[in-house]
Design a protein around this ligand. Structure first.
Ligand code: PEP
Ligand code: MG
Length: 580
């Protein structure tokens, strides 16, 4: 037996036969060319790019026919990378000035992309280099005449191991034959990992050397919960993996029963459970986990890692993809929440002494009203397609809401004059994540259609604990009495004004907190898609009446530790029990 450990990228345990797919990088050699060969090499490059475009377009239409258009975002991304002018101009320039072959020049371009991506702090965006690598690999294969090995379609019970799998590869996987995947590179936030989770395919990534084994057909166990891979497992490992698999599948099976069940308490109280998303492909996962729409769409992802802000049309296309992915459910689009730990390229704010308290979120948007209006225009235009809500982040007082709303009115007026369709009654909400907004909650509630509490920031600012500082993580306490009092006050203010109280911080995704949030009166919780079923399970075991008593009981205690002890004594996470 051989065991490997890697990154647990998608949960689940699978046992099957190893099938190694050759997705290794094409071997490239760089060599000098005479000056009269320059135009020939440039021609080879442009032809290969064109061939790759045709190949991707045809893959796109094949996939659209077989699996609908929902998952095609990745191919669109690859087509966008392929259409990037810089890819051609930089590589052509290198052929011309360096007098080298097209493959060598393309590799140099890739090297520059890698250097630029390596400087990105955000791990999600840093890993987007894998999309660029996939595209360049396709161009290189096209130049070498090598074909990409097709995926096995009829072999049963296989576990695919590859150096790397692109998102387009993932889309071609036949789910009824393939049980799991293992790759040598890639991380948890890569598109491939996102798709593995969306396809509910156990995955372990970063398993160095797995494809060198050349053991096609051997028995293998993939444990996507722990990140372990066992090749030719012994009896003991096989038995223990089997028990883990059965336990995991039992819990999932129990949870999946709630997918189509309404998010309602035992005494008939309905609560909206929605998903938090960053990119359109997460929409399908939200619905697949029984979410009733998106409660937080973090649009800043689209603005990062680029010198120029996305224009209205680009924003509209992405917001449309997201809206389509979760239709007919509502989509809550949060306006740009950049700044703090989410810096945009070229922001001169990087040197701020206290970025968490600096020019960020709505403050930044109000400093650049033209860009802000562009975003509002794109959001309003997508509101013509289905239910959309607009949400302003980091509101600290009334002036900000009023100014933001005035700009929204200006945009509505401009759209109306130009005859552009939008939902004139689009709902507008604010995030409550600064203590001042809690204090003013009653006044703010009169100005908007809903509140959404960002507990990640609210806890940070209420307790003065940097949410990114792991040394203070023990002091970052959602059950701190000051936080609970704030939450109570927010719900009371919202309901006093007749508007719903939503909550979209990480606190929403922990089933332990559900009885308190339900008991306090929250109408909607929004969380990562993977948490929805567990939270729904807890909700369906609660009664509103009992949860209200639990929530009230929390206020008898004066420290977070005491509240937690009390809370745990009141509930049990055992799936067979009910709280009534
Ligand atoms: C929050 O602060 O709780 C929130 C949901 O927003 P973000 O995590 O994006 O700051
Ligand atoms: Mg926040």
């Amino acid at each position: 037996m051989q065991s490997f450990s890697g990154i647990a990228a998608s949960p689940g345990i699978a046992m099957g036969r190893l099938r190694i797919i050759d997705r290794r990088r094409t071997v490239i050699s760089e060599y000098p060319i005479p000056s009269d060969a320059v135009s020939h090499e440039i021609g080879r490059l442009t032809q290969a790019i064109e061939d790759t475009r045709i190949e991707l377009e045809s893959l796109k239409s094949r996939l659209a026919e077989s699996s609908g258009e929902d998952h095609l975002f990745f191919i669109e991304t690859h087509l966008m990378i392929l259409a990037d002018e810089r890819l051609v101009t930089e590589t052509t320039e290198t052929i011309r000035t360096g007098m080298i072959n097209a493959e060598g020049a393309l590799r140099r371009t890739l090297h520059r992309y890698r250097e630029a991506f390596a400087r990105i702090d955000d791990p999600y965006l840093r890993e987007r280099i894998s999309d660029v690598e996939t595209v360049i690999e396709r161009i290189l294969r096209s130049m070498s005449g090598e074909k990409v090995e097709p995926f096995p379609q009829h072999e049963d019970q296989i576990i695919i191991a590859a150096h790397d799998l692109s998102p387009a590869d993932m889309l071609q996987i036949n789910r009824s034959h393939v049980l799991a995947i293992i790759t040598e590179i890639g991380g948890r936030t890569s598109h491939t990992a996102i798709l593995a989770r969306a396809l509910e395919l156990p995955a372990v990534m970063g398993v160095d050397g797995i494809t060198d084994l050349l053991l096609d057909g051997v028995a293998v166990i993939v444990d996507g919960l722990s990140g372990s891979v066992f090749v030719e497992p012994d009896q003991e490992i096989f038995q223990s993996s089997l028990r883990r698999k059965q336990h995991y599948e039992y819990v999932e099976y129990e949870l999946l029963k709630t997918v189509s069940l309404p998010a309602v308490t035992r005494d008939g109280h309905v609560m909206q459970l929605r998903g938090n998303v960053e990119i359109p492909e997460e929409g399908a996962s939200v619905l697949g986990h029984g979410g009733s729409g998106v409660g937080l769409y973090r649009t800043e992802m689209l603005f990062m890692n680029r010198a120029v802000m996305p224009d209205e049309e680009e924003q509209l296309a992405i917001y449309r993809a997201m809206q389509k992915a979760i239709a007919p459910h509502p989509l809550t689009i949060r306006t740009l929440d950049a700044g703090g730990d989410k810096l945009l390229d070229g922001m001169e704010l990087a040197g701020e002494a206290n970025p968490a308290m600096g020019v960020r979120a709505i403050r930044l948007s109000l400093l650049m009203p033209d860009e802000f209006k562009k975003q509002l225009r794109a959001i309003l235009r997508v509101s013509a397609d289905g239910p959309v809500r607009i949400m302003f982040p980091m509101i600290s007082g009334l002036e900000e809401v009023r100014t933001a709303k005035a700009l929204l009115e200006e945009v509505k007026h401009e759209l109306a004059v130009s005859g552009t369709r939008f939902d004139s009654a689009v709902q507008v909400g604010v995030m409550i994540e600064i203590p001042a907004a809690v204090t003013l909650a009653d006044l703010l509630a009169r100005e908007v259609d809903f509140f959404s509490v960002g507990t990640n920031d609210l806890i940070q600012y209420t307790l003065a604990i940097d949410r990114t500082n792991e040394q203070l993580s023990h002091l970052y306490q959602p059950l701190h009495p000051a936080v609970l009092r704030s939450l109570r006050r927010i719900v009371q203010a919202a309901h006093g004004a007749g508007i719903p109280a939503c909550l979209c911080g990480e606190m929403a995704g922990d089933p332990l907190y559900l009885p308190i949030l339900l008991g306090l009166g929250f109408d909607e919780l929004s969380m990562g898609a993977g948490s929805i079923l567990r939270v729904k399970q807890m909700l369906r075991r609660c009664s509103l009446e009992r949860a209200s008593r639990i929530a009230e009981g929390c206020f008898d205690f004066s420290t977070a530790a005491e509240v937690e002890m009390y809370l745990k004594s009141q509930i049990t996470l055992d799936v067979t029990e009910s709280i009534d």
